[in-house]
Every structure is written in C-alpha cells, then in structure tokens.
Design a protein around this ligand. Sequence first.
Ligand SMILES: Cc1ncc(C[n+]2csc(CCOP(=O)(O)OP(=O)(O)O)c2C)c(N)n1
Ligand code: SF4
Ligand SMILES: [Mg+2]
Length: 313
Amino acid sequence: MERRWNYKTSLWVDWCPGCGNFGILTAIIKAFEELSLDPSKTVIVSGIGCSGKIPHFVNVNGVHTLHGRAIPYAMGIKMANPSLTVVVHGGDGDLLGIGAGHFVALGRRNIDITVIMHNNGVYGLTKGQASPTLPLGVKTKSLAKPNIQQAVNPILLALASGYTFVARAYAFDGSHLKSLIKMAIRHKGVAFIDVLQPCVTFNDVYTADFYRRAVYKLDDDPSWDPIVRKPDDAREKLLKAMEKSLEWGERIPIGLFYKNEFVPTFEERLSKRIKGYPELNPANSVIELNGKPVLTQREFEEIFKDFIVKANK
Ligand SMILES: Cc1ncc(C[n+]2csc(CCOP(=O)(O)OP(=O)(O)O)c2C)c(N)n1
Ligand code: SF4
Ligand SMILES: [Mg+2]
C-alpha cells in the first residue's frame, strides 16, 4: 500500500500576506506528496533570507544554514548519504550574490540534488536592497535611486556552469511549478529551477500583475524540445537554451530550458575512484575503535533523539 505522509509542520508561516513564497511552499509540499517521498530520507537545505525559512514549514529533515552556504551543506549531505533526496532552497541574493561561487561549483560537479531559487529581485529579509537579478536602471520602492549594477541571468549562468536540468517557473502557477519540481527531483544530476517570486513588500516593479501578463509557457510551442536524447545533440540544445534565456521583458518564458542525463554525476565519477562508493559511504560506515563500534545504533539514537524526524502519518 502506498504510504501517505503529512509534509506540513504546524508552525506559523510568517511571510507577508501575498508573498510568492506561499506558492512555492504549496508546490513543494504537493510535489513531495505526489512523489511520496519518505520524510526521513528527504532533506531541505536553505540559507538566510525570507526564502530560507522554508525548512521550518515542511516536515522533512531540514537545515537552515548560513547566508550563501546552503549549497556546500547540501553537497556534503548528499555525498555522505547518496540515498537521500536533497533539495536546496535559496534566495537570489543567497545563491547568486554571496553564494555564487558555490552555485557555479555545483553545476560543474553535477551532484544529484535540486536547487530551487526564490527570485524576487530583492534582498527581502534585509528590507529590499537590489539583488543580483534586478536589472540595471530599475528602481524598486526601497531604492533611493535606480539600480546601478547589471543583473546576472540565472538561466544562462546555470547553463554555462554545467547544470543538467534548467527550468524557470512562476510562483503563482502552482501546478506548473509542482510538475517542474517533480521532474527536477527525478532528474539524474543537478537540477535548477529559477522561480519568479513576487515580493509584495519591497518589489513594486516585478509584481504578480506584471508576471501574469508577461509569462508564457515554452511547452506551448510544439517545436520546443529541450531534452537531449542523444549525446551528440547536447551542444545544439544547450545553445538554443542559452539563446532562449536572453528573452526577458514583456514576454518571459517559463518551463524547461534544458535537460541532459548523459553527463556523469559526481557520484558516478567518484565511484570510479573510491572503492565501494556510493553503496559504502560515510552515513552507513561503522566507526570502530579497537575493533568495536564506537557507538551502537541505540546509543546514537539516544544522543541525537531531539534531531530525528518522525513523520506524521
Ligand atoms: C554572511 C552574511 N552576510 C549578510 C547577511 C545579511 N543578510 C541576511 S538575508 C540577506 C539577503 C537576503 O536576500 P535573498 O537571499 O534574496 O533572500 P530573500 O530574503 O529575498 O528571500 C542578507 C544580505 C547574513 N545573514 N550573513
Ligand atoms: S519581504 Fe518580500 S519576500 Fe519577504 S516575506 Fe515579505 S513579501 Fe515575501
Ligand atoms: Mg531575494
């Protein structure tokens, strides 16, 4: 019989009413439900920001770590225990400002985790400064003058860094976002979803009204086929995705830009160097002292009992 889990925690969700983060939270919970992910084998890792609060609201393992450092935590978790489903949630400041180096490194490694970016164009938690995705010359209400820096293009950066699944979604198109999250989690390799997320408090330019008018689905074009079906197609599909990623303004494409499962994952590359990996990994290795385990399972559970996630059924 299929197991049903309750993925909602009972904590009060303290985002501003109308925030796009609510759409992302609903979509991730629905995706987990439909994939029937075991909460004890699933981990959400976040940085600091309004977006970073999400692990508190989803009843799976969660790590709310440092600003910009969600990706290295997630990489460590996945490498130590490759059987886990690992999902990173980060803000645009978190992933593409302070954490940009880690974002690029993860693409190069192609570790089998999913990165979901809450892209609101601002540093929401710290009162609306321009984030790395706010275009040059745009003035949101908390900026004294128009933005003096150029924006980075998250889709283009992900493609150039080596991400093997790259998509964009809109926070208030819940069923579309949910299906992309499911595809991203199932994808073999590193997946990135850039989620356009209205910030009702600080971003009065990229509002829900603006996105409702601008976004269109790549899928609506029957000739759009972003999936690499044989290795030789990769270059052509990558170039097409890069070109498509430049479209921004009155019309903004959402959907899948690129998917390539022919690139070996980091786990596969590592297994060629480390005997027994990934079956034998730090999470299931016995740590011995003088031929005896340092901790038995019971002792371990006793020490860490406050941290063990028990799913509500
Ligand atoms: C090392 C470090 N630098 C700066 C901060 C201050 N800080 C906290 S959240 C944040 C930016 C949040 O913006 P974003 O990542 O886009 O997340 P959002 O709040 O928009 O979801 C900053 C600069 C911090 N907590 N730690
Ligand atoms: S400040 Fe913006 S991003 Fe943060 S909770 Fe409020 S609306 Fe959402
Ligand atoms: Mg932000």
